[in-house]
Ligand binder design. Structure first.
Ligand code: FES
Length: 327
């Protein structure tokens, strides 16, 4: 079994560190839980609800996006710590597999071909750990079990002829001690997440900028454009702000912007490289694709950095009586 442990150790270290990093990034990101930000979990879930093959489930969970976002961040931390420290490694890896699968079915679902998206790779990267575990190598669970045996003055490793009742008692005590350890780790992870949220809430987010931005323009009078579909109210999008919406023509995620008072722009959020959903990077005023790093100008939709070659698809919008329509 130890051989399995050595074979899987590099994968375990990579996945553990990556999941901890991913969880902490969410806690320390001031836009992650800011519903006004196009990069928030709320906006990402709203976008995924239109494209995911499990859109019915995403739509239901999107109603509790904040709770869901915190659960994902805590789940990533728990999976990372479990895999890295060898605490119930198989269970932790199964959790990582499920998280990655859910990301594949939502965030990465539009990626074509499928292997350009990272989440499907993570699904299969966790599989060997689900099957093989940690092999008892650098394993907190095994250390606790061995310590339990020593306290009970039993041989380590257990002899082949050990009575089943003694083995069962060792398992029971080791399980309790591991559970206490897991509880302590969970409390530590929650405390770390709390520090992250405290730090993040002290940073300005795009939602904060939105709140302090100039008031929306006075609505001109006029009738709704023929064939136009209402996508937002002017009051929803402050000057300099960005709002996620669903393009009624294609059902794809899109962004609406008001760069100057009374001037509205909209772009499809579908990356023209392989179809991932782009996010808006407020400090640089650019759209950024999480899959392969393409960037698009926030004012024109033009490619700033490849591998995408084509600009984001513009969506024609018009404003009438304080309402913005896609036409
Ligand atoms: S899908 Fe490849 S850069 Fe966006």
């Amino acid at each position: 079994m130890t051989e399995v442990g050595w074979v899987l150790l590099p994968l375990r270290a990579f996945l553990g560190i990556t999941m901890i990093y991913a969880g902490l990034l969410k806690f320390f990101d001031p836009t992650f839980l800011d519903a006004a930000s196009p990069n928030s979990v709320q906006s990402q879930m709203a976008a995924a609800a239109t494209t995911s093959p499990i859109s019915a489930i995403v739509s239901i969970t999107a109603e509790h996006a904040t709770l869901f976002g915190l659960t994902i961040a805590l789940g990533e931390l728990a999976v990372g710590l479990g895999v890295l420290l060898g605490v119930w490694t198989r269970i932790a890896a199964a959790g990582g597999l499920l998280l990655s699968l859910s990301f594949f079915l939502t965030v990465s679902w539009g990626t074509y071909p499928y292997f350009f998206g990272p989440d499907i790779v993570f699904v299969f990267a966790f599989t060997p750990l689900v099957v093989g575990g940690d092999g008892g190598l650098f394993s907190l669970t095994k250390s606790i079990r061995d310590a339990t045996r020593r306290r009970m003055r039993l041989a380590v490793p257990p002899p082949a002829h050990e009575s089943p009742s003694i083995t069962a008692e060792v398992s029971r005590r080791a399980l309790l001690r591991t559970a206490v350890t897991v509880g302590a780790l969970a409390a530590g992870a929650a405390a770390l997440g709390g520090v992250g949220r405290a730090v993040a809430s002290g940073q300005p987010s795009d939602g904060g900028q939105a709140a302090s931005a100039a008031a929306p323009p006075t609505s001109p009078t006029g009738a709704a454009p023929a064939g136009g579909v209402q996508i937002a109210a002017v009051s929803d999008i402050p000057v300099g702000g960005v709002k996620a919406f669903t393009d009624p023509a294609t059902n794809e995620p899109a962004y609406l912007m008001q760069p100057k008072a009374g001037s509205f722009l909209a772009y499809s959020a579908v990356c023209t490289h392989q179809g991932c959903t782009v996010g808006f990077d407020q400090p640089s005023d650019e759209f950024a694709c999480p899959c392969h790093g393409a960037r698009f100008d926030g004012g024109t939709g033009d490619v700033v950095r490849g591998p995408a070659r084509d600009p984001l698809r513009p969506i024609t919008v018009s404003e009438s009586n304080g309402v913005i329509y896609a036409v």
